[in-house]
Design a binder for this molecule. Structure first.
Ligand code: EPU
Length: 426
């Protein structure tokens, strides 16, 4: 089992390239199921999650050509040989569930395991199922599997989501591209990854309008064609590095950063006293803090364009070193404060009360062994470790490998003292 050894206290100086977005790539990969022509995705992040989804697509019959280390992934779903997504694969990576709608749209039927809960919350899929049912799919849940059929194809529907859901919006969009007639999605999620998916689908011949607003319209097509499409840059990875630089101090420029997608974080970083210069045209984000104290900042996670839940843990690590008390509210997932007790092991003063964490800033964190619990929680411990005095050992970093490409190499290039070691946990 790999772990990271971090010796903190060194400011970061340099440039970091931003990789393709995991949460966009996963949905763009699924889109290949909608056409019998080749789909080529460029700027693909090499991650455990994207590699894992490639394996699931292969079991469905998709030809995948994605050499190790390459950022171009070729997918060809000319012929599907299975419409079954097994529990072992969906349980490990929830985004796999999104193959259900495209398989039904393309083949008329599919059997996909329910994903179950996960470390950050129950995460039901009722909204996904309601959307597919509204499009005419006949759904049955048997032995933990959703069996879906629409023998005569899906049909356009008017769907008003009761809760904003990224996954359900994307799932409905994917399925609706091959439905008969128009689908209207109201109270749709507005995340940049939704716009990326819409653009990719449109490059495949779909007619999706309104992505990025709460109302998305999709005019169904008889068939979609192949495409070559670049995955958008990862706003969560970029935001994470921005906070690493803010916490450790120094001067870091992120290259290929999705500046416009990071508005909520940028304003909170400035409120905390960090100097942030974003250049949208050049896609660069420069983060500087040279010795000045951090100020406490409160926030509440919200669907986009609000502050993203996927940056909440990292922000908590940052303000644990601020002057004053910050209140962090998590409104998207019910169990997303597991990093709080681990941050406390480094000396942070955090009290969790239901959906709120009260973070009283401390002058100094000190290194300790800590345990990674989920992807974003893990990287918050890396950030804290970079700012702490002494050595921090982050155990169980397979979580990190799900979503961060070459993390230690990228941070190491800016002077961070961070090494990966294998063997027993510490
Ligand atoms: N929800 C329901 N019913 C549904 C779907 C969602 O009640 O059918 C609830 C969820 O339980 C949650 C809220 O709605 O409380 C929002 O969930 P959403 O569906 O928006 O999340 P998701 O699509 O499952 C994606 C990202 C997450 C990210 C969230 C929110 C991917 C693969 N995952 O999840 O990313 O936190 O949107 O932005 O795109 C991560 O990368 O670490 C991660 C967890």
């Amino acid at each position: 089992m790999d772990r990271l050894h971090i010796t903190g206290g060194t400011p970061l100086h340099g440039r970091i390239p931003v990789s393709g977005a995991k949460n966009s790539a996963l949905k763009l990969m699924v889109a290949c199921l909608l056409t019998d022509q080749p789909v080529e995705l460029t700027n693909m992040p090499n991650l455990a999650d994207t590699r894992f989804l490639a394996q699931l697509l292969e079991t469905l019959g998709v030809e995948v050509y994605w050499p190790k280390g390459s950022s171009t992934c070729h997918l060809n779903a000319a012929e599907l040989k299975s419409t079954i997504a097994p529990y072992e694969q969906v349980r490990k990576m929830r985004a796999s569930f999104n193959v259900l709608g495209p398989l039904v749209a393309r083949s008329g039927h599919a059997t996909v395991s329910l994903p179950g809960g996960c470390a950050i919350g129950a995460r039901p899929v009722d909204l996904h199922l309601q959307a597919l049912e509204a499009m005419g799919a006949d759904l049955r849940v048997e032995q933990g599997y959703v069996k879906a059929a629409a023998i005569h194809g899906l049909k356009g529907a008017h769907i008003n989501f009761s809760t904003v859901s990224v996954g359900a919006t994307e799932h409905a969009m994917l399925a609706a591209t091959l439905a008969k007639g128009e689908t209207i999605l109201e109270n749709a999620a507005r995340e940049p990854e939704i716009e990326d998916l819409a653009q990719c689908l449109n490059s495949m011949g779909a007619q999706v309008t309104g992505a990025g607003t709460p109302v998305i319209r999709i005019k169904g097509a008889e068939a979609l064609k192949g495409t070559v499409y670049p995955v958008m840059p990862d706003r969560i990875e970029a935001g994470t590095f921005a906070m690493a630089a803010a916490a450790a101090g120094g001067d870091v420029t992120l290259d290929g950063a999705p500046v416009a997608a990071l508005g909520a974080l940028i304003s909170k970083l400035r409120e905390a006293g960090v100097t942030v210069d974003g250049d949208e045209a050049a896609s660069t984000l420069r983060i500087r803090r040279n010795g000045s104290a951090l100020k406490a900042v409160s926030l509440s996670t919200q669907p986009h364009p609000g502050f993203p839940t996927d940056l909440q843990a990292q922000f908590m690590a940052l303000v644990s070193l601020a002057e004053g008390t910050s209140i962090i509210r998590e409104t998207i997932f019910e169990n997303r404060f597991m990093h709080a007790p681990e941050l406390s092991r480094l000396g942070a003063d955090i009290t969790v009360r239901g959906q709120e964490a009260v973070v009283k800033g401390v002058k100094q964190l000190t290194g300790a062994p800590v345990m990674a619990t989920d992807l974003r929680a893990s990287v918050s411990l890396v950030i804290a470790g970079l700012a702490a005095e002494g050595e921090t050992v982050v155990n169980r970093i397979y979580h990190l490998d799900r979503g961060f490409e070459r993390l230690e190499e990228k941070l190491g290039a800016c002077g961070a003292k961070i090494v990966r070691r294998s063997g027993e946990e510490e």
